[in-house]
Design a protein around this ligand. Structure first.
Ligand SMILES: NC(=O)c1ccc[n+]([C@@H]2O[C@H](COP(=O)([O-])OP(=O)(O)OC[C@H]3O[C@@H](n4cnc5c(N)ncnc54)[C@H](OP(=O)(O)O)[C@@H]3O)[C@@H](O)[C@H]2O)c1
Length: 259
């Protein structure tokens, strides 16, 4: 067997269909690109059409199979509509990546119901509803991969964790519940846990050079994360090689969390 054939057996996503929420920006964009370059047909879901089209344009120009669906994941109806549209493009997905997220972090005493509701809707309910829509079909077909993107705040209070931390902690619990239900049927459910990654999500913090340097110094690798750092872990969790990895939280954080 050639090394190419061996690597394909472990990691190729040829013939797989993936849905990536938040696939038009930051970490989600890098993950969508990685899955598509590894062979999957990828549908990305977010709201802003220009960014969706630009991301898909970049991938199709490289010869990848990719498409986009514009949808608002902050309402249950929005999630349901987006899910049906996404499944209508290349068929029912084998891989679901829940990366869309909002990062609204007022001080705890000022945390109102609106921020709470939006945070729970996008960060937790949308992944739950998409899991309910696609998980049973994956289990029936005997193969599936569900990947959630959580946060340090799922594990510790840190820089006004507020509702954001609650939503991410619950998302890791959701991954374990899904793993319990569907792993016996070939569907693994895991989370990737970023540290501090320079993306539009944390523009305010990433424009503060002193804070950025202080965060980089807290890692073991000595720098903050880049969206591209998630490519390899996502391909691994999406493919055959990770069949015996389920219910896990995998930190892609340069060692931020271990000291
Ligand atoms: N960057 C970090 O340091 C960091 C750290 C820990 C965890 N994370 C997590 O990683 C994930 C990705 O973050 P990122 O930093 O890559 O952020 P980003 O660049 O801001 O991307 C967020 C994505 O989510 C989409 N989105 C937001 N609200 C949506 C809604 N209501 N409906 C549909 N799509 C929506 C956005 O597209 P539209 O605006 O067009 O809808 C965009 O594609 C998030 O879950 C975040 O919590 C990030």
């Amino acid at each position: 067997m050639t090394s190419q054939a061996y690597l394909s057996e472990l990691f190729s996503l040829d013939g797989r269909v993936a849905v990536v929420t938040g696939g038009s920006s930051g970490i989600g964009r890098a993950i969508a690109g990685a899955l598509a370059r590894a062979g999957a047909s990828v549908v990305i879901v977010a709201r802003k059409e220009a960014q969706l089209a630009a991301t898909v344009g970049e991938l199709t120009a490289e010869g990848c199979r990719a498409a986009w669906v514009s949808g608002d994941l902050s309402t249950r109806d929005g999630v349901r509509t987006a899910a049906e549209e996404a499944a209508g493009v290349f068929g029912e997905p084998d891989i679901l990546v829940n990366c869309a997220g909002v990062n609204l972090r007022p001080p705890m005493g000022e945390l109102g119901e609106e921020v709470w509701d939006t945070t729970m809707a996008v960060n937790l309910e949308a992944p739950y509803l998409l899991g309910q829509r696609f998980g049973p079909g994956m289990a029936e077909r005997g193969f599936g991969r569900i990947i959630h993107i959580t946060s340090q705040q799922a594990h510790r209070a840190f820089v006004q964790s507020g509702a954001y931390g609650v939503s991410k902690g619950a998302l890791e619990s959701l991954a374990r519940s899904q793993a319990e239900a569907w792993s016996p049927h070939g569907v693994t459910c895991n989370t990737l846990v970023p540290g501090f990654v320079m993306t539009p999500l944390n523009e305010r913090l990433s424009s503060d050079a002193e804070k950025v340097a202080a965060l980089a110094a807290r890692t073991l690798v000595g720098r903050n994360g880049l969206a591209e750092d998630f490519a390899g872990a996502a391909v691994f969790l999406a493919g055959r090689a990770s069949a015996y990895v389920t219910g896990q939280s995998i930190f892609v954080d340069g060692g931020f969390s271990v000291h």
